[in-house]
Design a protein around this ligand. Structure first.
Ligand code: NAG
Length: 469
């Protein structure tokens, strides 16, 4: 039995080797047996992401209806122009598709070669692995920086020192690889985040690999301190609701005597809120939700802030320490939300880029997957107004102050792909019962024009053609 097995193994291995070597032989002469391999070898396809029209979800908003009809063409043209500029800002050579040819004798770094702008680095791992031959000729070329062989002894073997195209010749494999081991790349154009591609050619063999050019970033760290008061600031925004704010503050002080509370206040007739360790920021009247959130978050000095609405109140279940523990155990997380009353609402965002008409966005109630190692927590795209967040991450996304009275989840739209969001419904607080407040409710009820303006904002700013909310 075992003899039979070894025999089969032998046959399998030897036939594989034969096939490989036939192919290798053909490769050397430029005629590999497989037409597929041949094609792959000769032409690197230029693949960019296909722009495909996206289909509007049924019963969603067709945002094109919220664009001024007379100006439609002009607006679409302007939008296309700013979109092109935005793409240029984000464009990088490092996203190009690179294929590795089969059976290449070239060794090179596939990824991970990083150079600081205007600095130099030795390209790691460059060499050729092939049977002995008479002489060897290798060419390396780049498009934005320059190449050189460092500490070069015999100048005759190298052409193009300090230029974009470097040719190296050698009479032995050993000396070729010695020279290749000393090739450096120097960045010559200042940029903070870009790249270059190195074309590495030996006879018919060709490889392309990336150089990442990146200015190193300086860490910005928060000293977490010893207790929850040094980890977290409670932030809220209020407008014409002082009884609610006072109730909220009393409930916070029941469980957290000393935690700092920041209040952004755009009430029409502002009143000073009473209490210790409270920072109240007065704004011009009726600046709106998102402007207030921006102001409150801009004043936070702790690593995390806890967002609450002014009509919430803390309960036994409002365990801020639990949120901090979750965030600290998974540093990739940016936002972790809990539940408000019995509700732990969250949603995922499905976004398609679309073609020149614009993209499509759908908001779907629910979550992605449970978070490994953290029981009863789930990844999601967006949550309600009770969450703990990393201050630095949220500041980068920001709250668009153009959204004054309509908007809730729009912050998470801007944060899609930027913020890793989770929901852990076991941590919770409650909603205060609704008080009679005619002035507030008058302001709170947005006129239709607010909603229309918001939908137009999504048409232009987010380059969407439709959305289902
Ligand atoms: C703070 O206290 C003063 C004096 O008692 C009071 O007039 C004021 O209304 C209080 N502020 C709020 C927001 O309740």
């Amino acid at each position: 039995m075992s003899v039979l097995l070894s025999l089969t193994k032998f046959l399998l291995i030897s036939s594989t080797v034969t096939i490989l070597s036939i192919c290798y032989f053909y490769m050397e002469t430029g005629k590999c047996a497989s037409p597929l391999l041949h094609r792959t070898y000769n032409s690197m396809p230029n693949v960019t992401r296909q722009q495909k029209s996206c289909s509007c979800p049924r019963s969603g908003f067709d945002l094109r209806q919220f664009v001024n009809k007379d100006k439609f063409n002009d607006i679409v043209k302007r939008r296309a122009e700013v979109y092109e500029k935005d793409k240029l800002r984000k464009k990088t050579i490092l996203n190009e598709l690179l294929l590795a040819p089969p059976n290449s004798p070239l060794q090179y770094p596939i990824q991970g070669f990083i150079v600081s702008p205007l600095k130099k680095g030795i390209i790691p791992g460059l060499s050729v692995h092939i049977v002995q031959q008479q002489n060897y000729q290798v060419t390396l070329s780049v498009s934005s920086g320059v190449l050189a062989v460092e500490s070069l002894q015999e100048k005759g073997k190298v052409k193009g020192q300090g230029e974009k195209v470097l040719s190296i010749s050698a009479s032995s494999l050993q000396s070729l690889n010695d020279l290749l081991g000393q090739v450096s790349y120097r960045s010559t154009v200042y940029s903070i985040k870009s790249g270059d591609l190195v074309h590495f050619t030996f006879g018919q063999h060709k490889a392309i690999f990336p150089v990442v050019i990146r200015e190193p970033t300086i860490p910005v760290l928060y000293d977490l301190g010893k207790d929850v008061n040094s980890h977290v600031t409670v932030t809220t925004k209020t407008f014409l609701r002082y009884p609610e704010v006072n109730y909220l503050i009393r409930s916070i002080r029941t469980f957290y005597k000393d935690i700092k509370i920041i209040i952004a206040d755009d009430s029409i007739e502002p009143q000073k809120v009473n209490g210790t360790n409270i920072e109240q920021y007065f704004m011009p009247p009726a600046q709106g939700w998102f402007a207030g959130r921006n102001l409150a978050v801009s004043q936070v000095t702790t690593k995390y802030f806890l967002w609450v609405d002014d009509d919430f109140y803390f309960t036994e279940d409002t365990k801020i320490e639990k949120f901090v523990e979750i965030m600290e155990s998974m540093p990739e997380l940016d936002v972790v939300a809990g539940s408000v009353g019995k509700l732990a609402n969250s949603f995922t965002l499905i976004y398609e880029e679309g073609d020149e008409e614009g993209g499509c966005l759908t908001r779907v109630k629910g979550n992605y997957q449970p978070i490994p190692g953290i029981p009863n927590c789930f990844f999601t795209s967006g949550v309600i107004n009770f969450f703990l967040a990393r201050t630095d991450a949220v500041r980068k996304v920001g709250f668009d102050p153009l959204l004054k009275r309509v908007g809730h989840s729009e912050f998470f739209m801007d944060g899609l792909g930027e913020l890793l969001v989770a929901i852990c419904p076991e941590v919770g607080l409650n909603h205060q019962r609704r008080r009679a407040n005619a002035a507030y409710h008058h302001f709170r009820r947005p006129p239709k024009s607010d909603t229309d303006n918001k939908l137009y904002l999504h048409f232009f700013k987010n380059r969407l053609k439709c959305m289902k909310w």
